[in-house]
Design a protein around this ligand. Sequence first.
Ligand SMILES: [Zn+2]
Ligand SMILES: [Zn+2]
Length: 129
Amino acid sequence: MNIKNCPKCKKLFSPTSGQIICPDCIKAEEEEFEKVRDYLRENRGADINVVSNETGVSTKKILRYLREGRLEVTDGMKDFLKCEKCGVSIKSGQYCRSCSEKVSKNLSSVLVNPNENNKETAKMHITRK
Ligand SMILES: [Zn+2]
Ligand SMILES: [Zn+2]
């Protein structure tokens, strides 16, 4: 059986597929997420720092929830989350609508033709410097 140390609490656990932290820590994370979500439900216009102070959850984590698309930016967090490609304000996830369309197009061409993908990443390196 597969056993490993939880990186958060150092406890031994046997991960099921894709599990990085132990069930206790997953539960704790889940509770933190729910705290933030519930707080935002009752305080729609709350500023990110207020949310963080009131829930005890770091802004970094809240940002991660937003990036993962589990939460949406409220009015009080306007301009907090930006598209990672073009910098436009977005409500959740990593990219704005037009960039995510481009990204998913790239992804589907990857699936169709893996060699295209290599060319694409090579190009990206050149344009990114
Ligand atoms: Zn743990
Ligand atoms: Zn964008």
